[in-house]
Design a protein around this ligand. Sequence first.
Ligand code: SF4
Length: 309
Amino acid sequence: MICSIMDVRNLPVSNAESNPNILKFIITGAIPAFANALRRTIMSYVPTIAIDEVIMVENNTAMFDEYITHRLGLIPLNSDIDDLNLQSECDVCDGAGCTSCTVTLTLTQETDLSTSLIIKSSDLIPDDHRVYPIVDEIPIMKMGPDQRLILEAVARFGNGREHAKWQPTASIGFQYMPTIEIRPGSKFSKKVVEACPRDVLDYDEKNQSINIKDLLACNLCMECVEVAEENAIEVKGDSTQIIFLLETNGALPVENIVTKASEILVEMTENFIEGFQEAVELAENEPNTMKRVVTFERIPMTGKEYETE
Ligand code: SF4
């Protein structure tokens, strides 16, 4: 058995409590490879909606069409809807693009001879009210006097494998649970506490000792070990407990990202088992041939597609 039964606990830390976009939890009983698989699945496979095509009707501003288009693609859009098809798998239009798989956002702005204007994400008007910019105040560009910008932006579901603009997270990572051992009787200077970038330690001036104030804030940087006397403090990472941290860019609720990634991991694993069993059966039925190898042309987000050679 690779790992014991996993236990996942929410981590009540101050910034995660106050910011609904951040999720921090501890996984115990799993190997680091599992946490890394979860991290990579979140980054590469959890689909979100982003602008992927722009029809520029008129642009006499100082910005090139390509610059504006690139900026539009990076605006996080609400993706918490489940009835918009993947364009490549849309059975209504066969992947050509239709209202069942794409959403169009229009932008129309112009200035007169004496005004200038900052165009913001809130100026994008969607034809489906559920797909809107998560933040209204994202600046796209500045228009000078007597300029006009008219465009249609087509948004669709995609994932991080296609382009980073479809990644659902602003940041994601994991680390081992820190353990800090302070040798009894050791004397410390205040510099040890000041060296810590995460405010983990407290200084007791009277006894010239240190205490652990916030263990979970420790990022295992070892600065305190460098500054303290030799062997006075020992910091290690416990590989059986993993602290997992992610921050959504707003396209999806942060809990949904982890749930969706877990479902995709299960689907990929089932897909692999099915393909592997088929390969074993083929090899058993044709003992004089070389063992067949199942090749995944691509690992689909849905469906059970795989091909054999
Ligand atoms: S290892 Fe780094 S973060 Fe952890 S207590 Fe020491 S200085 Fe602070």
